[in-house]
Design a protein around this ligand. Sequence first.
Ligand SMILES: [Zn+2]
Length: 227
Amino acid sequence: MFVFAFSDRRLECTFTHDSYILIFLYSKKGVQRYKKNRNYANFSVSLTEKLQKKVNLFVLFFYFRIFAPKYKTPLNRCEPMITITKIFHYEMAHALHRYDGACANIHGHSYRLEVTVTGPVITDAMNPKCGMIIDFGDLKQIVQNTVLNQFDHALVLNSAMVVETHGRAFLQNQFGNIIFVDYQPTNENLLVDFAQRIQSALPTDITLVCLRMYETNASFAEWTPNP
Ligand SMILES: [Zn+2]
């Protein structure tokens, strides 16, 4: 039989003679060879000598495609996950279409947006970003370009509201930076929009893990990716 021993990041396997035969019999060629060589003893001897390398490759494939993914999550739990967070402040006005409270009127908030990302810490000593997940300055630039440049000091309105009032041109002429969105511009919906914008601009090895946005000192919404 064969034995798999899992350590943190490497595989140790021990095989006996029978395990090669057992594994080889699962392959198509193995079955054909076995049928030709009904004499089990002869078959096993020739098999060990000629096909050892092929069987080793098969076992490695078996491990990495079937065994390793199953054990990936518990193994990763042993490794710490480091996140970094950058905090932004911006001003924005909005009005909630057909809302049954005071926020149906155009009004403003001083928003606090917390952007949290994770990724591998760079270990290459020659890389100027060694020891970082991503340079805070780069993260700031990404959020600035994808979100703040458009939404800071803007009036955000549900496009459904403007269709009813036919006031889009009027508002733009009067106030300038008006953003019409196809959703109710609540804290929750804005976070979904912002998450998509930021994610699309992050480097491929950096993952957005949390967005938290305070609408007031006492009220915030949080976005996290679906598991
Ligand atoms: Zn509001």
